[in-house]
Design a protein around this ligand. Structure first.
Ligand SMILES: NC(=O)c1ccc[n+]([C@@H]2O[C@H](COP(=O)([O-])OP(=O)(O)OC[C@H]3O[C@@H](n4cnc5c(N)ncnc54)[C@H](O)[C@@H]3O)[C@@H](O)[C@H]2O)c1
Length: 176
């Protein structure tokens, strides 16, 4: 059975994804620091699916804890990365929180992909990367424009981190 890490797996989108993964037969490990979720969500997932996902309360900004986690779970075959701060207004009030939380967590996870040869990585970006769009609805062919908030900028920078990593010869994961 393939083991998938869902970061932010007790959050709004992450918890639904965990349900779908478990129903599709994947073994799921959740990392969440409960900064915007609660343990009751885990109970809900168990009730809906009849299966108990592994859960680790880890703050992904703590690099040493992230390394310890991957040392313990060397059989992970994929990561779906939802954990982030996501409120546009709050990001204007406290941009450093957003840059720290949304960027350091991505960097540590990509380092883990490289070090533990985890070939599958899905990043939850945002339509805020398209800035002020020319037309609605926005589709993925829309041009990337300057983000209108620190939150949107963290997602733009995250996409650049992913692109640059994929181009680097030191990054062992095949991004094609
Ligand atoms: N909800 C939307 O409409 C929407 C739209 C576009 C993109 N997204 C993106 O999708 C992702 C999930 O969004 P959501 O609405 O489910 O958000 P959410 O806040 O409900 O879930 C995020 C989860 O991540 C956890 N988390 C945050 N920082 C963490 C950290 N440092 N370490 C461990 N856990 C941490 C929170 O406790 C929470 O449970 C986010 O990256 C968000 O930017 C959401």
């Amino acid at each position: 059975m393939q083991k998938v890490l869902v970061t932010g797996g007790l959050g709004y989108i992450g918890s639904h994804t965990v349900v779908e993964l478990q129903n599709a037969g994947f073994e799921v490990v959740i990392i969440d620091n409960l900064s915007n979720s609660s343990m009751e969500v885990l109970d809900g997932i168990i009730e809906i699916t009849g299966k108990t996902p592994l859960f680790e309360k880890i703050d992904l900004r703590q690099k040493s804890e992230v390394i310890q986690f991957f040392e313990k779970h060397q059989d992970i075959s994929g990561i779906i990365h939802f954990a982030a701060s996501k409120a546009v207004g709050e990001s204007v009030e406290n941009p450093l929180l957003y840059y720290e939380n949304n960027l350091s967590t991505l960097i540590y996870l990509l380092q883990a992909c490289n070090n533990y040869t985890i070939e599958n990585f899905i990043f939850s970006s945002s339509c805020t990367v398209y800035g002020e769009p020319d037309k609605l609805p926005i589709d993925e062919s829309a041009p990337i424009k300057k983000a209108t908030s620190p939150y949107g900028n963290t997602k733009q920078i995250s996409e650049e981190i992913l692109n640059d990593s994929c181009k680097s010869i030191q990054f062992k994961i095949d991004c094609t």
